[in-house]
Design a protein around this ligand. Sequence first.
Ligand SMILES: [Ca+2]
Ligand SMILES: [Ca+2]
Length: 378
Amino acid sequence: MRKVLTLTLAATSALSLLTATPATAADRPRDLPSEVYGGAWTAGHVQGMAIDQRKGFMYFSFTNLLVKTDLQGKLVGSVTGFTGHLGDLDFNTQDGRVYGSLEYKEQESFYIAIFDVDRITAPDMDAQTTDVVKTVYLKEVVDDYVADMNGDGTFDGNVGNTPDHRYGCSGIDGVSFGPEFGKKHGKRKLTVAYGIYANTTRQDNDYQVLLQYDIQQWKEYERPLTESDPHKSGPERVDGKYFAYTGNTTYGVQNLQYDEHTGNWMMAVYKGTKPQFPNYPFFMVDGGARPRTGELAGQPQAERGKLLTLAPGGLQDAATGVRGWQFNGEYGLISLGGGRYYVAKADKVTEDGVSKHTGTAQLYRWTGQSPTPFERLG
Ligand SMILES: [Ca+2]
Ligand SMILES: [Ca+2]
């Protein structure tokens, strides 16, 4: 009798578990939660996110702070002490490290920061003394950033209201691993997107500029971060330099993400300000379309470059041919696989009279709808 009762109870609870499961839970990849809270910080706003799905950790960049949490949002550790700008992040599944863009505009130095994330085990680890951060110098970016475009012998520095800075380059922000452009099954490379100053008075700043690097040999370039004495150790040249015509956007690609599900490169931006462009906040590059060499529009001297194709399916502006979507992913965007994504929500809270920035990863799924191709889950 007792045995029968136990069996009945077990069967009943199993059944109730099945029927009580909300419809959206079945849509979630593995056991990823619908939200991961990255905490409240007095640092800058959230700039990018990365995930190690195998080990179950999340990484959030808060401009001058890197935060590591578990998937329940519990703090595991953090890296502090950056005086530069830490932007977008990506996780390299091949070496288990997190890569991020790091800018020192005053020192005219731009780096990829590489975090040995397994060693981030405590709060407030110092970026310069704990050896968890290595950096690789990006000469190509520096050359474009410091370009004296009007040839007056003066480089105008970190200002947007100038003809200087080739292509309007303000540095770098979006980073993502993915295949070589035009080859969906091509070699996996690191793609780095330029920041581009907002400037409505010049015509040579209407492209997103994307650099691709094969990082196989990067170990030899990696150096510790010494802000007082910025090094120049990095690759002499890029493996590919590409241009996507979107119209000028404010600070270029904020978040870049290759998405295997659609085969597209996603680019989330702060909207542009030129009235002749549609100024969408979200663009995608068709990852399978072969780059085509052609004239770069609006350059002071005729110049050819490798042109990328914006993916169809969303909105299209008849006057410029620019294609895009209505979606806000500029604070963080991760493709989780299978058409699932974490998108960062940036917010502010006041704790004990102190204003702090928060960052939360929220789960979305791909719908392919226009004008907004994602919907929130959970
Ligand atoms: Ca100048
Ligand atoms: Ca990214």
